[in-house]
Design a protein around this ligand. Structure first.
Ligand SMILES: C[S@@+](CC[C@H](N)C(=O)[O-])C[C@H]1O[C@@H](n2cnc3c(N)ncnc32)[C@H](O)[C@@H]1O
Length: 233
């Protein structure tokens, strides 16, 4: 694995200047991001992230934790939290920032059981890039959580855009009988080029439809940046 995200976090952690990286979509669309967002403080967390933090109970695991902004805050609040990420360098940054419990692992291969609260923020669940993979992932979460287990996360709907380049990309997906928000992208940073990643920016309806194929109950908030909570009621 080319750990481009990890190198971005590590440089941003050590740098005394902003660190920017690029996301290159497979239609050559390039967007530039500031790595600083991954080091945001509690004040900058979204309303649904703050709500989830309040509801965290018991053994808590954060998936795709990045530089660990949420796990770090939870640990400071006395929560029993483990930060996980597929990127070894991301986990190195979590450790440098003082997070005590960490694990390098994929969201698809977590191998932690009896979890009370699972967190997956930062638009990371769309790594489950087709319906079958998403339903399987939600089933896996169900198996790995306790009877009162809960999952909090978020995703960004592809629909609220007027950008003609994005609209053309959506149309190309429809023409290929793919969901509107399917995309393939890779990261670029300095001279590093990551592997292509398949991603599915779900509409709220698409996500809810996948959840209905599982035993989870769902609540959502928002229309563009959508926060969700799954529980076993
Ligand atoms: C957009 S960042 C979000 C970071 C963090 N959740 C946040 O909100 O600040 C996505 C993260 O997902 C991680 N990632 C990518 N594929 C993954 C996978 N299959 N399993 C676990 N983490 C993964 C990346 O290494 C990266 O740190």
């Amino acid at each position: 694995m080319k750990d481009v995200f990890g190198k971005v976090y590590l440089d941003a952690y050590h740098a005394d200047h902003p660190v920017y990286y690029a996301i290159e979509r497979d239609d050559d669309y390039l967007s530039i991001s500031d790595a600083n967002i991954y080091f945001a403080d509690y004040d900058q967390f979204s309303a649904y992230e703050k709500e989830a933090i309040q509801q965290c109970q018991g053994k808590t695991v954060e998936l795709a934790a990045g530089a660990g902004r949420i796990s770090l805050y939870l640990q400071q609040q006395g929560v029993d939290v483990t930060a996980t990420d597929i990127s070894p360098k991301a986990i190195e940054v979590c450790q440098l920032r003082g997070i005590n419990q960490t694990k390098v692992c994929s969201i698809f291969d977590l191998s932690i059981d009896e979890i009370d609260t699972l967190l997956i923020f930062g638009n990371s669940i769309p790594l489950a890039a087709d319906q079958k993979q998403l339903v399987a992932l939600l089933d896996q979460f169900y198996e790995q959580t306790t009877d009162d287990g809960q999952v909090f996360g978020d995703f960004r709907s592809p629909l609220p855009t007027k950008d003609p380049i994005h609209l053309a990309y959506h149309q190309q997906n429809r023409d290929r009988q793919l969901p509107v928000g399917r995309m393939r992208f890779r990261l670029r940073y300095q001279n590093l080029v990551g592997d292509w990643i398949d991603f599915w920016m779900y509409t709220k309806e698409e996500f809810e439809q996948a959840v209905r194929q599982t035993d989870w109950q769902i609540e959502t908030t928002g229309e563009t940046q959508i926060g969700f909570r799954l529980d076993k009621r």
